[in-house]
Design a protein around this ligand. Structure first.
Ligand code: ZN
Length: 637
C-alpha cells in the first residue's frame, strides 16, 4: 500500500487536549476507519451517557472507539470469572468470546437485559473491572458453524488483523494530494447482462470497487474485466460487497489470490453468508472435477480483510470517499451503497439487487438519502412484460401447483438459491400446511439451507418486525415437524424420491450444479412430479434453457460419464417471490426516491430489458438515463 502518512498525529493531539488525565490514555491508533483510544480506565469515557466520546467525535469528525489497554486487561480466564460474578444468574450466559483484535468481549445470553443492567450499570462495571469492552448478544435459536469459524479465524490471526486495520486507517486518512477534478464510473462487469457485477469508482485520489461477482453458467464461470489498468492492487482503496450472492461476490477471493490486500466493506450477515457460499462454490466445483479459480485459503484471506458496517453508519473509506450502506430488501444483510465523494462534489447510489416491496422475511429497500445525483440501478425485471404477480397471488399460484401435484401423488422439486427465496418459500409452504390449505407432507431441504437459516436467526434485527419478535421469544420460525433438513443426503436421495407426496427444496437455484441435479435426474421422467422455479434464471444456465423449452437433459457424473433423461415433469415458473423489484416496483422506486437523481445508469439487466426500461425511466424521472456496456466509462463530474 502506498502513501502511509503520519495522519494519526493531528488526531492524537486533538484527542489528548480533550481527555482528562484520570482516563490514563496509553495509546491512540487507527482501527480501520475508526480511531481507537486505549486507556487504563476506559469506563471514564462512559460516564454521563458517554459525554466525553460524543465531544471527541464532534471535534475530530471521526468515529471513536474506546479500548481497555491490552497490557492492563485481565487475562481471559480471570475476566470470564469476573464477568460471571458480576452478571446475575438469571441472564443465563451461554457464551463468552474474547476478541483480541478489538479488546471486546461478546457476552451471549438468553436474557441480555440482565447483562446490560439498569441504564447500562452492569456493562460499565464489567468494563471497569476487566478492561474488556462488553458487547451483549441474544442467544440465537440455532448455532451457526460459519459464525464460529469466522470468529476462530479472527482470533487465531488477531495480531495480523490489527496491524492491517492500522495500515488501513493511515491510508484512509492520508492527506489528499490531488484535487477532485473528475469522477469516473468504470464498467467492469454486469452491464447489459446479469452476472459478474463489478463497478470501479475512480477519482484522481482514490479508487473503490463495488462488488466482485461471477457469471454462473453450465461450464466455466465468466469473471469481470479485472485486467483493466485502472484496477491495480497498489492503488485500490477499498472493495464494497453489497450482498452474498455469487454474481456479486464470487470473484472476491480471486482478487486476494492476485494480491489485492485491501479492506472489504459489507454488513455482518453478508460476511458470514459470503464465506459460506464461496466455500460451497469451491466444494461443488471440486466434486464436479472442475478447475478451481481460487482456494479455501483465498476465501479466508478475503474474510480476514473484511470490515463490517451497520446500515446507516457513515464511514470514511478513502481520503475523499464516504460509504453508507442502506437496507435493500433483497436478501439478509443485502445493502444499497451510498457513495459520497469530495465535500459534496457528487453522491452516487448503487442499488445492486433490491426489492421495493416487503417480502416474507425482509422490509423493502430504503429510498431516502441525504443527497443523490447519480443512481446506478438494477433492471433484472425491467422488461415490458415484467409486471409480475403480487406476493399474495404468487403464494396462491404456488400452493395450487403443490396441491395438484400432491393429488397426482407426485413430488414438487424447487431449485433454490441457498440464501433468500429458500427461507421465504419455506415459510409460505409450512404455513399453508399449518392452516390446512395443503395436506401435511414432508418438506425436504438440502444444500446449506440449514446453515443459512442459522445465520438468519442470529440477526433478527435485519428481519421483518414479526419474524424478529418470534426469534426474540426464542422460537425458530424456520422449523416445524414437516420440515426435514438433510445434510449431504447422497445415497439417501434415491429413497427420498420414493416418499410421496413431498416437497424437495435444494440448491443450486439455476440448476448449475449441487444436490438438486441428483434429484432432477431421479425425477426427470416422472410425469406426476413438478419442477417449480421461484427465482430468476440467468441466461446460459440449465434452468433458463428448461424454461425456454429444453426437454432432453444430459447429466454428467464426476467421472465424465453422460446419461440422458427426457424431462417429463410439469415445469412451472412462479415469479412473485423474487428478491428483485419487478418492473412496477422499479418504476415506483424512481417515483419515490428522494432527492431526485440527475443521472441514472441502468445495470444488471439483459440488453433488451434495459433498452425497454430506459424509455420508461426517462419518462418517469426526467433524468438523463445511460445504458453503458462492459468496459465503458462514464464521467459524472
Ligand atoms: Zn442477488
Amino acid at each position: 500500500m502506498r502513501k502511509v502518512s503520519n495522519a494519526i498525529q493531528d488526531v492524537k493531539n486533538a484527542i489528548l487536549s480533550l481527555v482528562p488525565p484520570e482516563a490514563e490514555v496509553t495509546r491512540i491508533d487507527f482501527e480501520g476507519p475508526k480511531i481507537a483510544v486505549y486507556s487504563r480506565r476506559p469506563h471514564v469515557f462512559l460516564a454521563n451517557r458517554e459525554e466525553l466520546i460524543k465531544k471527541l467525535v464532534k471535534t475530530i469528525k471521526k468515529r471513536v472507539v474506546v479500548r481497555g489497554d491490552p497490557e492492563a486487561r485481565l487475562k481471559e480466564r480471570e475476566a470470564e470469572e469476573k464477568i460471571r460474578d458480576i452478571v446475575p444468574e438469571e441472564a443465563n450466559i451461554t457464551l463468552i468470546y474474547f476478541n483480541e483484535t478489538t479488546g471486546e468481549v461478546e457476552i451471549e445470553a438468553e436474557k441480555p437485559g440482565y447483562v446490560i443492567g439498569r441504564d447500562g450499570v452492569t456493562l460499565r462495571r464489567i468494563l471497569a473491572e476487566t478492561l474488556w469492552y462488553p458487547k451483549v448478544l441474544r442467544k440465537p435459536p440455532i448455532a451457526s458453524r460459519t459464525i464460529y469459524e469466522v470468529r476462530e479465524l479472527f482470533r487465531s490471526r488477531s495480531d495480523e488483523r490489527l496491524r492491517f486495520l492500522r495500515v488501513v486507517g493511515h491510508r484512509i486518512y492520508r492527506r489528499q494530494l490531488i484535487a477532485n477534478e473528475y469522477v469516473r464510473i468504470i464498467a467492469l462487469g454486469g452491464f447489459q447482462e446479469v452476472g459478474r457485477s463489478a463497478i470501479l469508482i475512480e477519482t484522481p485520489e482514490s479508487r473503490v470497487l463495488l462488488d466482485a461477482g461471477v457469471k454462473p453458467s453450465l461450464g466455466r464461470e465468466e469473471y469481470p474485466y479485472f485486467d483493466l489498468p485502472e484496477l491495480d492492487p497498489d492503488t485500490l482503496d477499498a472493495i464494497v460487497i453489497t450482498h452474498a450472492h455469487l454474481d456479486h461476490c464470487g470473484s472476491l477471493p480471486y482478487l486476494f489470490k492476485y494480491g489485492f490486500k485491501v479492506p472489504v466493506y459489507m454488513t455482518e450477515p453478508t460476511l458470514y453468508l459470503m464465506k459460506l457460499l464461496q466455500e460451497d462454490y469451491l466444494k461443488i466445483a471440486e466434486r464436479d472435477g472442475r478447475q478451481l479459480p481460487y482456494s479455501h485459503r483465498d476465501v479466508a484471506e478475503a474474510v480476514l480483510h473484511s470490515y463490517t458496517l451497520k446500515y446507516g453508519e457513515v464511514t470514511d473509506i478513502a481520503p475523499d470517499i464516504r460509504l453508507t450502506l442502506y437496507r435493500s430488501g433483497h436478501i439478509l444483510g443485502a445493502a444499497l451503497a451510498h457513495i459520497h465523494i469530495g465535500q459534496g462534489l457528487v453522491n452516487i447510489v448503487y442499488t445492486s439487487d433490491f426489492k421495493f416491496a416487503r417480502t416474507g422475511i425482509l422490509d423493502p429497500a430504503n429510498y431516502q438519502f441525504p443527497r443523490v445525483e447519480v443512481l446506478i440501478m438494477e433492471t433484472t425485471y425491467g422488461g415490458h412484460q415484467d409486471y409480475l404477480p403480487g406476493r399474495g397471488e404468487a403464494e396462491r399460484i404456488l400452493i395450487e401447483i403443490v396441491r395438484k401435484t400432491f393429488e397426482r401423488g407426485g413430488i414438487v422439486l424447487i431449485p433454490v438459491l441457498a440464501v433468500g427465496r429458500a427461507q421465504d418459500v419455506l415459510l409460505v409452504l409450512n404455513e399453508a400446511m399449518e392452516r390446512g390449505l395443503l395436506p401435511s407432507a414432508p418438506i425436504y431441504i438440502e444444500g446449506m439451507i440449514d446453515e443459512v437459516t442459522a445465520i438468519h436467526t442470529a440477526f433478527p434485527e435485519y428481519l421483518t418486525p414479526s419474524l424478529r419478535e418470534r426469534i426474540y421469544r426464542g422460537e425458530n420460525p424456520f422449523t416445524s415437524p414437516n420440515i426435514n433438513i438433510l445434510r449431504q443426503a447422497g445415497e439417501e436421495r434415491g429413497e427420498i424420491v420414493r416418499i410421496r407426496p413431498s416437497i424437495i427444496m435444494s440448491t443450486s437455484g439455476m440448476l448449475t450444479g449441487g444436490p438438486v441435479m441428483d434429484y432432477l435426474k431421479l425425477l426427470a421422467e416422472d410425469e406426476k412430479s413438478s419442477l417449480v422455479f421461484v427465482s430468476y434464471q440467468i441466461e446460459g444456465t440449465l434452468g433458463r434453457k428448461i424454461l425456454q423449452g429444453l426437454r432432453r437433459l444430459a447429466f454428467v457424473d464426476a467421472r465424465g460419464k453422460v446419461e440422458m433423461r427426457e424431462l417429463k415433469m410439469e415445469v412451472h415458473r412462479v415469479e412473485g417471490f423474487s428478491g428483485h423489484s419487478d418492473r412496477r416496483q422499479l418504476e415506483f422506486y424512481l417515483r419515490k426516491i428522494t432527492p431526485k437523481p440527475k443521472r441514472i445508469i441502468l445495470v444488471h439487466g439483459e440488453r433488451s430489458k434495459i433498452k425497454s426500461f430506459k424509455r420508461q425511466a426517462e419518462r418517469i424521472s426526467g433524468a438523463e438515463v445511460l445504458t453503458p456496456q462492459n468496459l465503458e466509462a462514464i464521467r459524472v463530474v
